[in-house]
Design a binder for this molecule. Structure first.
Ligand SMILES: [Zn+2]
Length: 374
């Protein structure tokens, strides 16, 4: 039964309010099943029925069924290298409040980070006056690949963690279901469901912060192959004689496009500023290296993965417009001819909150739109 509930809710989320007749046609459910499902959802408060202002087929006021985004809430937690974002959202991944905190990567204890993130979830829910019973679960987006059951982080080369059972830790701490996803895959999913990629069939998200990660969503599904969801764009080899990368190889894209290398190129010290790439751009030689190597790696990614849309997040999401202008000129000649007219490159819709909204999007998919809780 749960699958039908999720199916109806996804239609209402993606295509807006509609009559029972339209819903029946789109969902292809029998009249009996649809009546049963909508009755359940009306009772639960996830949907409501109201007059549209027009007239229906038999002259009565037309009624439409709509999703009630505030009926339930979900929490999203992004655990990055040294920084955590926490949000609580409605059923359309719209944030109701956020918290940020930093942690020292050296010797960081995941259990303590989870405790602090859980406390932030509880505070945010209280501030937004969301009762605990309406909070459906939490999605945690983490660096590096996750296991197939999406219960734990397998490893993070930038933080040094291995086999951290984030879902279990969070469930113990918050007493609600939790799910874990590779952070950039989660960001890609959020853009594809609720952001700039809603009408796109293949979306590649490229995220630059401490390192450079990528995530892919194809036809609405997160790409989670043998590598457990991480598309390792940062580890495409650019230079055979380059610097040694954290992965053990040499000359990876990430040896050029990582926060500390870019800080050095910009002549900066201390914590990375906002708009870091605008600072790098002032060093023309360093900027040219960044743009050329990024173009090379993206050309390989486009030829392999054929995304319609590349979304930039993190420092790339705040990059100067000149980066987009150069990529729009330099990239097309380096990809297959049929991709040249299709490909677009845009900034993330969610800015600095992309990671936490990503976690929320993963949890929404799993705990609500799959019908798992109905
Ligand atoms: Zn590497």
């Amino acid at each position: 039964m749960g699958i039908h509930h999720g199916h109806v809710l996804r239609i209402l989320r993606d295509e807006g309010p509609q009559s029972r007749a339209e819903l029946a046609r789109r969902s292809k459910l029998s009249a009996t099943t649809l009546t049963h499902v909508t009755a359940h959802l009306l009772k639960d408060g996830s949907v409501m029925e109201s007059e549209t202002g027009g007239l229906g087929s038999v002259g009565r006021p037309a009624q439409a069924i709509r999703l009630v985004p505030d009926a339930h809430a979900i929490a999203g937690v992004h655990i990055g290298a040294g920084a955590v974002q926490v949000t609580v959202t409605d059923l359309k991944a719209s944030s109701k409040g956020t918290r940020f905190f930093d942690f020292d990567v050296r010797g960081a204890d995941p259990a303590i980070i989870v405790k602090r993130a859980s406390a932030a979830v509880t505070e945010l829910a209280q501030e937004a006056q969301i009762e605990t019973r309406r909070l459906l679960g939490v999605g945690i987006s983490v660096p590096g690949p996750v296991d197939m059951a999406r219960r734990k982080s397998l490893f993070s080369i930038n933080v040094g963690w291995r086999d951290v059972p984030f879902a279990e830790l969070m469930e113990q701490s918050l007493s609600m279901p939790a799910i874990v996803e590779h952070n950039v895959t989660a960001m890609a999913l959020a853009e594809s469901r609720y952001g700039i990629g809603r009408d796109v069939s293949a979306l590649l998200y490229v995220y630059l912060r401490t390192g450079l990660g990528a995530g892919l969503v194809v036809d609405g599904l997160s790409f989670r192959p043998g590598g457990h969801g991480a598309v390792e764009l940062g580890h495409i080899q650019i230079s055979q004689n380059g610097a040694v990368c954290a992965c053990g190889n040499t000359g990876c894209l990430e040896t050029f496009l990582r926060e500390d290398a870019l800080m050095q190129a910009a002549g900066l010290t201390g914590p990375a500023p906002a708009h870091l790439l605008a600072h790098v751009e002032k060093n023309a030689a360093a900027w040219d290296v960044v743009v050329r190597h990024l173009t090379t790696a993206l050309a390989s990614a486009v030829n392999l993965l054929t995304p319609d849309l590349i979304v930039f997040g993190g420092h790339l999401g705040e990059a100067p417009e000149s980066l987009f202008e150069r990529l729009r000129i330099d990239l097309p000649p380096r990809v297959m001819p049929h991709m040249r007219d299709i490909l677009e490159i845009q900034r993330s819709d969610f800015g600095p909150l992309a990671g936490a909204i990503g976690g929320a999007a993963v949890a929404l998919d799993h705990f609500f739109y799959s019908g798992a809780l109905h």
